[in-house]
Design a protein around this ligand. Structure first.
Ligand SMILES: Cc1ncc(COP(=O)(O)O)c(C=O)c1O
Length: 375
């Protein structure tokens, strides 16, 4: 029944949730409905409805992430949300920023670029996918926080191997030292139940078109109320106000937006709340565990994902060292069996990434394992 709520074409085994997820039909319908409504009558009078709709969505997003509506800004995606923090904090030459190597470029290269301009010092904690425990991972990152550290920018769940960083513990450690904590949640919003108050970060970014299964090109930036005064907006346009009364809204004054898309976000959160995030997480865990169990029976498959308790969910990275060119295999499996993955062709994280969501089945996990066995 759930699978029928997605427009995925017959025969497609879509396994690239970590990149982009299909929007559910209720989301698409709502987006189309409001887009037609907008284009049929673009007058100010007709568009007046979008203000209250956007606020309704903001309240929904806040409820979903366990925070207040005033702490939510709508961006285009995680990249824009994270860059708002990178460029918006009051930092100066010599200030230190602690990052993890497996951050996505939007939370890594963005800092490198900004560091060149401002003279920031970056401390990049090396990636260790196959570490022993969540505590060991936390200790590695905590060990990098020093007296000059002003920002800790980490990833909740990495896109490269699905490693879960212990963000609650890390954000607590940062807070105790007066360090700003920014969490990239592109791979956790919609995959895991995310309670931002419990995580305790100062800011969090996610994209609607990934695990949230919402419309393309919509994102959420959370900034905790007391810290909003410490962020400069990157873009200022109509609707910007400095009075501090609009909460995080001052970070989304980008000029004209696709109002219909933001209205469709409402159906995004409704859909996930109807299914229930604990059920979503459980299903994703079931799918990834099944796949890894099957892969462990294949002596030619090498898991790059950490299977230890608390360290994985949603993303399975597997190398097939006997296959000389993974891109050729990837193209073949798409053409012949309709399987859609993401591939890292070379390097320490060489492998095929399989990222299933609730529209996938256990049988599909078995099919993938079998396809890799025959590769
Ligand atoms: C961990 C992580 N952060 C950020 C992004 C960027 O997301 P977007 O392209 O929606 O900005 C991605 C995309 O794959 C990601 O995996």
């Amino acid at each position: 029944m759930l699978r029928k709520q997605f427009p995925l074409r017959e025969g497609l085994v879509y396994l690239n949730a970590a990149n982009v997820c299909p929007a559910s039909l209720p989301v698409l319908d709502r987006h189309q409905h409001f887009l037609r409504d907008f284009e049929a009558d673009p007058s100010f009078q007709n568009r007046a409805k979008f203000g209250p709709l956007r606020e309704k969505v903001r309240a929904r997003a806040a409820q979903f992430f366990g925070v207040t509506a005033d702490e939510i800004a709508f961006t285009r995606n995680t990249s824009e949300a994270s860059n708002t923090i990178v460029h918006g904090l009051n930092l100066k030459a010599g200030d230190e920023v602690v990052l993890v190597e497996d951050n996505h470029p939007s939370n890594l290269d963005s800092w490198k670029n900004h560091a060149k301009r401002l003279g920031l010092v970056l401390k990049i904690v090396p990636a260790t996918q196959l570490i022993d425990s969540s505590d060991a991972l936390a200790e590695k990152v905590e060990g990098a926080l020093g007296p000059k550290t002003k920002v800790l920018a980490v990833t909740h769940v990495t896109s490269s191997s699905g490693l879960i960083y212990p963000v609650s513990r890390l954000c607590r450690a940062a807070r105790e030292k007066g360090i700003w904590s920014h969490v990239d949640g592109a791979q956790s919003g919609g995959m895991l139940p995310v309670d931002l108050r419990q995580i305790g970060c100062d800011s969090y970014a996610t994209s609607s078109h990934k695990w949230l299964m919402g419309p393309l090109e919509a994102g959420v930036l959370f900034v905790t109320s007391p810290q909003q005064k410490n962020v400069w907006p990157s873009i200022v346009s109509v609707g910007y106000s400095e009075d501090g009364k609009g909460g995080a809204r001052f970070l989304e004054a980008y000029g004209q937006r696709d109002d219909a898309r933001l209205a469709a976000l409402d159906a995004t959160f409704d859909f996930l709340m109807m299914v229930g995030m604990p059920a979503v997480e459980a299903r994703i865990r079931q799918l990834t565990t099944r796949l890894m169990d099957q892969l462990s029976k294949n002596p030619n498959a090498q898991l790059r994902t950490n299977r230890k308790e608390g360290l994985y969910c949603g993303v399975v990275k597997v190398d097939l060292p006997a296959v000389p060119n993974l891109q050729v295999l990837d193209a073949k499996l798409y053409k012949e069996q309709g399987m859609a993955f993401s591939v890292t062709p070379a390097g320490p994280l060489r492998g095929i990434r399989v990222s299933p969501h609730i529209y996938n089945s256990l049988e599909q996990m078995d099919q993938v394992a079998e396809a890799f066995r025959k590769a």
